[in-house]
Design a protein around this ligand. Structure first.
Ligand code: CA
Length: 224
Protein backbone atom coordinates (compact mmCIF):
# COMPACT_ATOMS: atom_id res chain seq x y z
CA UNK A 1 0.00 0.00 0.00
CA UNK A 2 1.35 3.38 -0.96
CA UNK A 3 0.62 6.53 1.01
CA UNK A 4 1.09 10.18 0.17
CA UNK A 5 2.66 12.50 2.72
CA UNK A 6 2.19 16.21 2.03
CA UNK A 7 4.45 18.00 4.49
CA UNK A 8 6.89 20.85 3.87
CA UNK A 9 9.04 20.14 6.92
CA UNK A 10 11.60 17.86 5.30
CA UNK A 11 12.86 16.41 8.53
CA UNK A 12 9.39 15.51 9.78
CA UNK A 13 8.37 14.14 6.37
CA UNK A 14 11.49 11.97 6.31
CA UNK A 15 10.80 10.65 9.80
CA UNK A 16 7.20 9.88 8.92
CA UNK A 17 8.20 8.04 5.76
CA UNK A 18 10.76 6.03 7.68
CA UNK A 19 8.34 5.20 10.49
CA UNK A 20 5.62 4.22 8.03
CA UNK A 21 8.03 2.03 6.13
CA UNK A 22 8.87 0.22 9.36
CA UNK A 23 5.13 -0.36 9.76
CA UNK A 24 4.95 -1.79 6.22
CA UNK A 25 3.80 1.21 4.17
CA UNK A 26 5.60 2.79 1.26
CA UNK A 27 5.10 6.50 0.89
CA UNK A 28 5.78 9.40 -1.42
CA UNK A 29 6.53 12.85 -0.07
CA UNK A 30 5.38 16.15 -1.60
CA UNK A 31 5.69 19.59 -0.04
CA UNK A 32 3.25 21.88 -1.84
CA UNK A 33 -0.50 22.13 -2.43
CA UNK A 34 0.03 22.48 -6.19
CA UNK A 35 2.11 19.31 -6.58
CA UNK A 36 -0.19 17.30 -4.33
CA UNK A 37 -3.27 18.49 -6.18
CA UNK A 38 -1.99 17.37 -9.56
CA UNK A 39 -0.59 14.05 -8.31
CA UNK A 40 -3.78 13.15 -6.42
CA UNK A 41 -5.75 13.75 -9.56
CA UNK A 42 -3.94 11.02 -11.44
CA UNK A 43 -2.45 8.61 -8.90
CA UNK A 44 -4.01 6.20 -6.47
CA UNK A 45 -2.85 6.32 -2.86
CA UNK A 46 -4.30 4.28 -0.01
CA UNK A 47 -4.31 7.34 2.26
CA UNK A 48 -3.17 10.95 2.49
CA UNK A 49 -1.27 12.41 5.42
CA UNK A 50 -1.69 16.14 5.10
CA UNK A 51 0.01 19.06 6.81
CA UNK A 52 -2.08 22.23 6.89
CA UNK A 53 0.57 24.96 6.76
CA UNK A 54 2.14 24.56 3.33
CA UNK A 55 4.34 27.07 1.49
CA UNK A 56 1.89 27.75 -1.35
CA UNK A 57 -1.38 27.51 0.52
CA UNK A 58 -3.55 25.84 3.10
CA UNK A 59 -3.85 22.06 3.25
CA UNK A 60 -7.58 22.48 3.91
CA UNK A 61 -8.01 24.07 0.48
CA UNK A 62 -6.35 21.01 -1.05
CA UNK A 63 -8.62 18.77 0.98
CA UNK A 64 -11.75 20.56 -0.21
CA UNK A 65 -10.52 20.31 -3.79
CA UNK A 66 -9.88 16.57 -3.43
CA UNK A 67 -13.34 16.00 -1.93
CA UNK A 68 -14.99 18.14 -4.59
CA UNK A 69 -13.71 15.59 -7.12
CA UNK A 70 -15.37 12.84 -5.06
CA UNK A 71 -12.00 11.34 -4.23
CA UNK A 72 -12.73 9.15 -1.19
CA UNK A 73 -9.09 8.77 -0.10
CA UNK A 74 -8.78 8.56 3.71
CA UNK A 75 -7.16 11.79 4.92
CA UNK A 76 -5.29 12.24 8.18
CA UNK A 77 -4.57 15.89 8.87
CA UNK A 78 -1.41 16.90 10.76
CA UNK A 79 -1.27 20.29 12.24
CA UNK A 80 0.33 22.49 14.82
CA UNK A 81 -2.98 24.25 15.29
CA UNK A 82 -4.65 22.58 18.21
CA UNK A 83 -7.65 24.85 18.63
CA UNK A 84 -11.12 23.43 18.57
CA UNK A 85 -12.13 25.65 15.64
CA UNK A 86 -9.33 24.30 13.47
CA UNK A 87 -10.27 20.79 14.38
CA UNK A 88 -13.91 21.32 13.48
CA UNK A 89 -12.96 23.10 10.27
CA UNK A 90 -10.59 20.28 9.30
CA UNK A 91 -13.24 17.64 9.78
CA UNK A 92 -15.80 19.74 7.91
CA UNK A 93 -13.41 20.10 4.99
CA UNK A 94 -13.38 16.34 4.64
CA UNK A 95 -10.61 15.09 6.91
CA UNK A 96 -11.20 11.65 8.38
CA UNK A 97 -9.00 12.22 11.37
CA UNK A 98 -6.80 14.83 12.93
CA UNK A 99 -3.45 14.73 14.76
CA UNK A 100 -1.95 17.71 16.55
CA UNK A 101 1.84 18.08 16.43
CA UNK A 102 3.84 16.87 18.20
CA UNK A 103 2.50 13.34 18.12
CA UNK A 104 3.94 9.88 18.59
CA UNK A 105 4.56 7.93 15.42
CA UNK A 106 2.80 4.93 16.96
CA UNK A 107 -0.31 7.02 17.28
CA UNK A 108 -0.14 8.13 13.66
CA UNK A 109 0.19 4.52 12.50
CA UNK A 110 -2.68 3.40 14.74
CA UNK A 111 -4.99 6.18 13.50
CA UNK A 112 -4.00 5.52 9.91
CA UNK A 113 -4.73 1.83 10.22
CA UNK A 114 -8.12 2.60 11.72
CA UNK A 115 -8.85 4.68 8.61
CA UNK A 116 -7.61 2.00 6.24
CA UNK A 117 -9.84 -0.58 7.93
CA UNK A 118 -12.99 1.39 7.24
CA UNK A 119 -12.53 2.80 3.79
CA UNK A 120 -15.22 3.91 1.47
CA UNK A 121 -17.12 5.70 4.20
CA UNK A 122 -17.33 8.95 2.27
CA UNK A 123 -19.03 7.32 -0.65
CA UNK A 124 -21.11 5.06 1.52
CA UNK A 125 -20.20 1.40 1.57
CA UNK A 126 -20.80 0.63 -2.01
CA UNK A 127 -18.86 1.41 -5.18
CA UNK A 128 -20.65 1.03 -8.49
CA UNK A 129 -19.80 1.08 -12.17
CA UNK A 130 -22.67 0.24 -14.54
CA UNK A 131 -24.22 -3.03 -13.27
CA UNK A 132 -21.17 -3.96 -11.19
CA UNK A 133 -21.26 -3.14 -7.50
CA UNK A 134 -18.63 -3.63 -4.83
CA UNK A 135 -19.57 -3.56 -1.16
CA UNK A 136 -16.54 -2.46 0.86
CA UNK A 137 -17.88 -3.75 4.19
CA UNK A 138 -17.93 -7.41 3.26
CA UNK A 139 -15.82 -7.08 0.08
CA UNK A 140 -18.60 -8.59 -2.00
CA UNK A 141 -18.93 -7.99 -5.72
CA UNK A 142 -22.39 -8.15 -7.31
CA UNK A 143 -23.49 -8.01 -10.93
CA UNK A 144 -27.11 -6.98 -11.53
CA UNK A 145 -27.53 -7.32 -7.74
CA UNK A 146 -26.46 -10.98 -7.85
CA UNK A 147 -23.54 -11.69 -5.46
CA UNK A 148 -20.54 -13.16 -7.30
CA UNK A 149 -18.05 -15.69 -5.97
CA UNK A 150 -14.59 -14.55 -7.00
CA UNK A 151 -11.17 -15.65 -5.76
CA UNK A 152 -9.42 -13.63 -3.05
CA UNK A 153 -6.91 -12.28 -5.57
CA UNK A 154 -9.61 -11.31 -8.05
CA UNK A 155 -11.50 -9.51 -5.28
CA UNK A 156 -8.33 -7.68 -4.22
CA UNK A 157 -7.61 -6.47 -7.77
CA UNK A 158 -11.24 -5.51 -8.32
CA UNK A 159 -11.41 -3.58 -5.05
CA UNK A 160 -8.30 -1.58 -5.89
CA UNK A 161 -9.60 -0.77 -9.38
CA UNK A 162 -13.07 0.18 -8.12
CA UNK A 163 -11.66 2.42 -5.40
CA UNK A 164 -9.57 4.14 -8.05
CA UNK A 165 -12.50 4.54 -10.43
CA UNK A 166 -11.64 7.09 -13.09
CA UNK A 167 -7.93 6.92 -12.32
CA UNK A 168 -5.17 4.69 -13.58
CA UNK A 169 -3.72 2.13 -11.16
CA UNK A 170 -0.12 1.24 -11.88
CA UNK A 171 1.06 -2.34 -12.10
CA UNK A 172 3.28 -1.66 -9.11
CA UNK A 173 0.27 -0.56 -7.06
CA UNK A 174 -1.56 -3.77 -7.93
CA UNK A 175 1.56 -5.69 -6.96
CA UNK A 176 1.91 -3.85 -3.64
CA UNK A 177 -1.77 -4.32 -2.94
CA UNK A 178 -1.64 -8.07 -3.58
CA UNK A 179 1.73 -9.02 -2.22
CA UNK A 180 3.05 -6.11 -0.15
CA UNK A 181 6.20 -4.47 -1.37
CA UNK A 182 8.44 -7.17 0.13
CA UNK A 183 6.92 -10.01 -1.90
CA UNK A 184 8.81 -11.67 -4.74
CA UNK A 185 6.45 -11.60 -7.68
CA UNK A 186 6.90 -13.21 -11.07
CA UNK A 187 7.13 -10.66 -13.86
CA UNK A 188 3.77 -11.46 -15.45
CA UNK A 189 1.87 -12.43 -12.29
CA UNK A 190 -0.06 -9.15 -12.16
CA UNK A 191 -1.07 -9.42 -15.81
CA UNK A 192 -2.33 -12.94 -15.10
CA UNK A 193 -4.54 -11.77 -12.20
CA UNK A 194 -5.89 -8.83 -14.18
CA UNK A 195 -6.58 -11.13 -17.12
CA UNK A 196 -8.47 -13.58 -14.88
CA UNK A 197 -10.53 -10.81 -13.35
CA UNK A 198 -11.36 -9.40 -16.78
CA UNK A 199 -12.47 -12.83 -17.97
CA UNK A 200 -14.64 -13.42 -14.89
CA UNK A 201 -16.32 -10.04 -15.23
CA UNK A 202 -16.97 -10.50 -18.91
CA UNK A 203 -18.33 -14.07 -18.56
CA UNK A 204 -20.71 -12.93 -15.82
CA UNK A 205 -22.08 -10.05 -17.84
CA UNK A 206 -20.58 -7.06 -16.04
CA UNK A 207 -20.87 -4.04 -18.33
CA UNK A 208 -17.43 -2.79 -17.40
CA UNK A 209 -14.07 -2.98 -19.03
CA UNK A 210 -10.64 -3.26 -17.44
CA UNK A 211 -8.37 -1.33 -19.77
CA UNK A 212 -4.64 -1.94 -19.96
CA UNK A 213 -2.83 1.32 -20.54
CA UNK A 214 0.47 0.20 -21.89
CA UNK A 215 3.44 1.21 -19.78
CA UNK A 216 1.16 2.92 -17.23
CA UNK A 217 -1.30 0.52 -15.66
CA UNK A 218 -4.96 -0.40 -15.48
CA UNK A 219 -8.22 1.47 -15.45
CA UNK A 220 -11.75 0.19 -14.87
CA UNK A 221 -14.57 1.94 -16.68
CA UNK A 222 -18.08 1.42 -17.95
CA UNK A 223 -18.19 -0.51 -21.19
CA UNK A 224 -18.68 1.73 -24.18
CA1 CA B 1 4.10 23.03 7.50
Amino acid sequence: MRLLIVEDNEELAGLLAKGLKAAGYESDILSTVAEADSVLDTTFYAALILDLGLPDGDGLALLREVRSRNNPIPVLVLTARGGLNDRVQGLRSGADDYLVKPFALEELVARLEAQLRRPGQLLGNSLRIANLEFDTRNRQASIDDQPQALSAREIAVLELLMRSKGRVVSKKQVEDHLFGHSGEVGSNAIEVYVHRLRKQLSERGARVQVHTIRGVGYLIAEQT
